[in-house]
Structure formats: structure tokens, C-alpha cells
Write a protein that binds this ligand. Structure first.
Ligand SMILES: [Zn+2]
Length: 208
């Protein structure tokens, strides 16, 4: 244990995902030696991410505005919605260049062991969106969604989430539900799937 602010910083850093106590200590000591300007820049970036980032009211993507860039893009197909766990998954799918629809960010996956249930995810807004309840841009009527692609991670939690969503989405008789095709590495995170595999999984998606 160190004294005062240094230990506070180490404690805070240790709470970040992927940062263990050793890394936290290393980062803290590194910051201690950094130029004040560099530390100020980091502080400004931290403040900006808290105050300057909001969530798109249509798809729950991280956004600077009330509506994210993808939802605001009239060139994108509004009838197809790709459901992902996290906003970072959008970047991964965008990189394939295979997808021109919209997204819906759940904010995680069902995980009973970590106490993450349906209410902790943006599932209700997804259903409202498909049901045409959520107003689109400028309060216009929500566009009809004809296909939902379930692109949750190919791991246990992601599969459980997809199965759960399929059960709910079956209530919409005209909706096509599809899941990313096989060939995805099992147990993985969408983030680490290479572009080619992901492209193939998207184009060869399976109707459920
Ligand atoms: Zn959006």
C-alpha cells in the first residue's frame, strides 16, 4: 500500500477492465513521472468522455449528439437492424464494409452469474423500436424493421442472449430473424474475429 493520492489512483485504475493491480501500479508510477501537460491532456480526455459522450436515443450507440451518425445517415437501410452487445462491435462490423443497415446496442449480454438480466440490457427499447413505438428523427414515425440480425458474441453469454431475443422477437410475425453464420470462432469476442470471417458470417447469416 502506498500513501494518499497515489494509492487512490492505483485503486481507481485497478477497477478498470483488463487492468490488474500490477498494471495499475505501473500506470500510476508512469503518470507520476509524466510531464504536467501530458497529465492535463489525459485529465481533459477523461472529463470529455464523461460530459461529451451520450447515447443515441434510437440505437443506444455512443454518440456526440442525441442521434448517432449511423442513425442520422439517410443512406443506410432502416429496415435492417443488427443487434450487438457493445458499441465497439459496431466498429468491427463497419470495417467489413458488408453492412449498410442500422444497429442496436444492448449494452452487454445476459449473464446470470454476474447478475446481468434482461432489465440491465437495452432489450425493451429494441422491442419498442421494432414495434414502431420509438419515434424516429424529428418525431417522424419509426421506420418498419423487417430484419433483425443477432450479432452477439459467439460465447456462452452471447448465445444465451441471442436465444432469449429470438423467443421475444418471434412475437413479430413479419420479422426475419437471423444469426451470424457459423465459422465464427466459438467462445470468442466479436472484437477479435477477423474481417473476412465476419464478412462471410454476415453475408451467409442464417435465418432463424
Ligand atoms: Zn444510433
Amino acid at each position: 500500500m502506498f500513501e494518499g493520492p497515489l494509492q487512490d489512483l492505483i485503486d481507481e485504475l485497478s477497477r478498470l477492465p483488463g487492468v490488474g493491480p500490477k498494471s495499475a501500479q505501473r500506470i500510476a508510477f508512469h503518470l507520476l513521472k509524466e510531464d504536467p501537460e501530458d497529465v492535463d491532456r489525459l485529465r481533459a480526455a477523461l472529463a470529455a468522455v464523461r460530459d461529451g459522450v451520450t447515447f443515441c436515443r434510437i440505437c443506444n450507440n455512443v454518440s456526440r449528439e442525441d442521434v448517432c451518425r449511423i442513425c442520422a445517415d439517410s443512406g443506410r437501410d432502416k429496415s435492417t437492424v443488427c443487434v450487438v452487445e457493445d458499441a465497439k462491435d459496431i466498429q468491427v462490423i463497419e470495417r467489413t464494409g458488408e453492412y449498410s443497415g442500422r444497429y442496436h446496442v444492448l449494452g452487454g449480454a445476459l449473464d446470470p452469474l454476474a447478475n446481468v438480466g434482461p432489465k440491465d440490457l437495452a432489450i425493451a427499447p429494441l422491442l419498442q423500436r421494432i414495434g414502431g413505438v420509438l419515434p424516429d428523427l424529428d418525431g417522424a414515425e419509426a421506420p418498419a424493421v423487417s430484419e433483425v440480425i443477432l450479432a452477439t458474441d459467439p460465447d456462452t453469454e452471447g448465445e444465451a442472449t441471442a436465444s432469449y431475443l429470438v423467443r421475444l422477437l418471434k412475437d413479430f410475425p413479419d420479422l426475419t430473424i437471423s444469426r451470424l453464420a457459423s465459422g465464427m470462432p466459438l467462445g470468442g469476442d466479436l472484437e477479435f474475429v477477423d474481417e473476412l470471417t465476419l464478412s462471410r458470417a454476415l453475408t451467409g447469416r442464417l435465418k432463424l
